[in-house]
Design a protein. Sequence first.
Length: 55
Amino acid sequence: KVIGNGLSTSFWADPWLEEVPLKDQFPRLFQVSIDQGVQVESVGRWDGGVWNWDL
C-alpha cells in the first residue's frame, strides 16, 4: 500500500508494510499497545530515504 502522508493509514490495521497488517504479524505487541488506533503519520516519518520511528 502506498501510504502517502500516513494520515489515513492505520499503523496496526492496514497492510501498509507488507501484505499482512502488523496487528496480525505481531499480535502480542498489538495487545499491549497503548494506542491501537494510531496512524502511521503519528509514529513515523520518512526522512532522507529511511523511516524514523517514535514508538
